[in-house]
Ligand binder design. Structure first.
Ligand SMILES: Cc1cc2nc3c(=O)[nH]c(=O)nc-3n(C[C@H](O)[C@H](O)[C@H](O)COP(=O)(O)OP(=O)(O)OC[C@H]3O[C@@H](n4cnc5c(N)ncnc54)[C@H](O)[C@@H]3O)c2cc1C
Length: 411
């Protein structure tokens, strides 16, 4: 395991909003570079839901540098690949792990496991404030005065939003300048009890009317499920949990296959992640003493398969540039210059995504299944991005990570 000593006596205080992937990665590196990091998280504890995510390319290198690659490997979900099934469980196509550049990837971990590992590696050095959030920010000459929903106002040198695609902190800073671009797809992830027929294979089922049900194995004795469906924007992400579950019942009640089992389990499930699949397009990632990273700044959407990896890369570069520059304005500018081309590339989705994987009619589904059999075709690779969390562009290696820990730090 690599050990980094603090290379700066710079005890600038940095507040980060959001304790998922981007926030704790940023805090880890800020701490290594000698800053004092505080994370405020709206939820009352870590949110551990979600499905498999990939750690790829540059993010894998960052995980290595953070000394957590072995833990991530040990938490691999053990998925053997993806099977496309019909209503009667007949396999129409099969993509074994590593057998193609889509489907199950080499390094897959549950999103919650990654969040937990990141938390474990930061909790001793970073101040965590759960069940709280920023309600206002007032910048002054020497810093930012932050008013929290609970507790006293506090001053920080810098504030970073890492609180996801619907970031409210981002709105406090940037107003409506960043655009959340909806991709006409709603998706909901949750955990259900495992039954004997749930094997190590993930199963993908297309129902008519542009609906998909996807079941994946995990490494903790449960099963991960997701529903997705094409739709015009309806604001479902703003509904209450009960209303969202009602929408899912209405949408998937007659979908066939394992829909009834999953909807029954959904009744008992406490946490679901339901959102309109979107990308965040922000012309600026910083304003004054505030900046943003992760999904809040540049969500590429789960269709890219790069959400977690990109958020780790962004956090690492933001921390590194802050360590390199004495003036935060130069650091923010350098962060954006270095990262933006990479983000732009990852945010480019293949033509037809997400519609290709969500055919409306039975004929469309049968055409899709035929296409899937040609697993080496470009179309199939595009389709694969919808369920594999795998980057269609294979851009993961196209950013060179600077060796910040070797940099001289200006105080
Ligand atoms: C519960 C959950 C499940 C997910 N499941 C999947 C999945 O299965 N597949 C997938 O591809 N992606 C999933 N995602 C999204 C995925 O984690 C991100 O796309 C990616 O990892 C980038 O992470 P992030 O840290 O930038 O943002 P996010 O992972 O979205 O995390 C944002 C964090 O900020 C917190 N937060 C929100 N608002 C505030 C506020 N006002 N103040 C303080 N904290 C706030 C949230 O509670 C959350 O912990 C999930 C996210 C969450 C939160």
């Amino acid at each position: 395991m690599l050990i980094y000593s603090k290379i700066s006596m710079n005890q600038k205080k940095i507040l980060i909003s959001g304790a998922s992937i981007a926030g704790p990665t940023l805090a880890f590196w800020l701490n290594r570079f000698g800053f004092s990091a505080t994370i405020v998280e709206r939820a009352d504890s870590l949110r551990l839901g979600g499905q498999n995510i990939d750690i790829r390319g540059a993010a894998q290198k960052i995980a290595q540098l953070m000394g957590m690659e072995d833990e991530i490997r040990a938490a691999d979900t053990g998925e053997l690949g993806v099977r496309f099934v019909d209503e009667n469980e007949n396999t129409k196509a099969e993509l074994p792990k590593g057998g193609s550049n889509i489907g199950t990837s080499e390094l897959e971990i549950l999103r919650g496991d990654l969040a937990q590992i990141l938390y474990n590696h930061t909790v001793n050095d970073v101040e965590y404030l759960f069940d709280n959030q920023i309600v206002s920010l007032n910048e002054f000459e020497e810093g930012v005065k932050v008013t929290f929903q609970k507790g006293e106002d506090r001053d920080f040198d810098l504030v970073i939003c890492a609180d996801g695609i619907r970031s409210r902190t981002r709105s406090l800073i940037f107003g409506d300048e960043p655009v959340v671009r909806f991709l006409n797809l709603y998706m909901c992830y949750f955990t259900i009890p495992k039954i004997p027929s749930d094997s190590r294979w993930a199963r993908w089922y297309n129902a008519t009317d542009s609906r998909v049900i996807f079941i994946r194995p995990d490494n903790v004795g449960t099963t991960r499920a997701s529903f997705s469906f094409l739709s015009e924007p309806k604001g479902y992400e703003k509904l209450t949990l009960a209303e969202q579950k009602a929408i899912l019942k209405q949408k998937f009640g007659d979908a066939g296959w394992e829909a009834t089992r999953i909807l029954t389990a959904l009744d008992k499930d406490t946490e679901i992640y339901f959102d309109g699949i979107s990308q965040v397009i922000a012309p600026n990632w910083s304003k004054g003493r505030c900046a943003m990273t992760g999904d809040a700044a540049f969500c590429p959407s789960p269709l890219s398969g790069m959400g977690a990896s990109l958020s780790m890369v962004g956090a690492y570069i933001l921390a590194g540039e802050l360590s390199k520059h004495s003036d935060y304005k130069d650091a923010f500018a350098a962060y954006e210059k270095l990262l933006r081309p990479y983000v732009n590339q990852i945010q480019k989705l293949p033509p037809g995504v997400p519609h290709l994987a969500h055919p409306k009619s039975k004929i469309g589904i049968s055409i899709l299944n035929t296409i899937i059999n040609f697993i080496s075709s470009k179309i199939v690779k595009s389709i694969g991005n919808l369920f594999s969390n795998k980057n269609k562009l294979s851009t993961d290696d196209t950013i060179e990570l600077p060796d910040y820990w070797k940099s001289e730090v200006m105080v």
